[in-house]
Design a protein around this ligand. Structure first.
Ligand code: IPM
Ligand code: MG
Length: 356
């Protein structure tokens, strides 16, 4: 019995997590695997209930399980709270408490969704199939920050810092990922300005050269990468980058696939336990209306089956069912063209289960 901790969170979180759980149960039944699910609070709902975005019992439940499936946290109700009480703290705190320094964000354009891609058809037709490997527990999101008084008035600061060890381990993940794909890593930085990026370049090249001579690594400045992603995304296989650049570029990449609602992610550390979540947020504007796209979360559950639970055949089955759902023309509101019928979150979930 695999023990999964569910962290549905806020907004559409509970709806999409229910969808993914239904799919996991269905695929488990089909293959004779069973899962136990424990639900805990994090984010805004935890603030409301306990006064804290990340209660200790939530961290403990995650540490005690084989893997974690998270929906989304945050919403306008909690936006004015002081920094240490913001729902986002829960996400950063969980990543750090579980030692999840790698974030894998695959972005793939499904042929059936070509018309939902925001790029010119001649560019989209060349295909998009990349994986963003984002460093997740270092850099400016975890660096020293604060405010200080200066003669000119109050000043605020955040710090980008990366150690050799942090760069080495994330480079290894990127190179291992590339090895199973097309063997090409694009390391994205801002080495023309930032010292942390210059160390990033030195270390990533050394690791790639010494340990992965079969993998090709090239550098790209982050501003250029932002442009290349919309100019010619088919050039990318694996993108290796820092916490903040990866956060920004993965939202950009998601739009190329039609909708941010489709993109899964896996956060991993050294062991097999991981945390899986769609890359989108809590979408408070459509929360509770059964309109959210559950596919990003369902595909995150598939990544969990593959990376944490060692159940690749089940992961394949879920991914193929999602493929078929899309190629059969089934659409939620975010990916539907004007003339297409719009399914609810629960109908879309059922459509995937029917195709397992
Ligand atoms: C993401 C989100 C989070 C992040 C926020 C909510 C802290 O944007 O997972 O991409 O920046 O990592
Ligand atoms: Mg983000």
């Amino acid at each position: 019995m695999r023990r999964i901790t569910l962290v549905p969170g806020d907004g559409i979180g509970p709806e999409i997590v229910s969808g993914a759980v239904a799919v996991m149960k269905a695929v488990g039944e089909k293959f004779g695997e069973s899962f136990s699910f424990t639900t805990v609070d994090a984010g805004g709902c935890a603030i409301d209930r306990t006064g804290k975005p990340l209660p200790e019992e939530t961290v403990q439940a995650c540490l005690d399980s084989d893997s974690v499936l998270l929906g989304a946290v945050g919403g306008p109700r909690w936006d004015t709270l002081p920094a240490h009480l913001r729902p986002e703290k829960a996400l950063l705190g969980l990543r750090s408490a579980l030692g999840l320094y790698t974030n894998l964000r695959p972005a793939r354009l499904y042929p059936a969704l070509l018309s939902a891609c925001t790029l010119r058809p001649d560019i989209a037709l060349k295909g998009i199939d990349l994986v963003m490997v984002r460093e997740l527990t270092g850099g400016i999101y975890f660096g020293e920050r604060g405010r200080r008084e200066t003669p000119g008035g109050t000043e605020a600061f955040d710090t980008e810092a990366y150690s050799v060890m942090e760069i080495e381990r994330i480079t290894r993940v990127a190179c291992q990922t590339a090895r199973k794909r097309r063997g090409q890593v694009t390391s994205v930085d801002k080495a023309n300005v930032l010292e942390s990026s210059r160390l990033w370049r030195e270390v990533s090249h050394r690791v790639a050269r010494e340990e992965f001579p079969d993998v090709e690594i090239r550098d790209m400045l982050v501003d250029n990468c932002a442009m290349q992603l919309v100019r010619n995304p088919s050039q990318f296989d694996v993108i290796l980058t820092s916490n903040m650049f990866g956060d920004i570029l993965s939202d950009e990449a998601s739009q190329l696939t039609g909708s941010i609602g489709l993109l899964p992610s896996a956060s991993l550390g050294d062991g097999s336990r991981g945390m899986y979540e769609p890359i989108h947020g809590s979408a408070p504007d459509i929360a509770g209306q059964n309109r959210a796209n559950p596919l990003g979360t369902i595909l995150s559950a598939a990544m969990m089956l593959r990376y944490s639970l060692d159940l690749a055949p089940l992961a394949d089955a879920v991914e193929q069912a999602v493929d078929r759902t899309l190629s059969d023309g089934l659409r939620t509101g975010d990916i539907a063209a004007q003339s297409e019928t719009v399914l609810s979150c629960t109908e879309m979930t059922q459509a995937v289960i029917d195709r397992l």
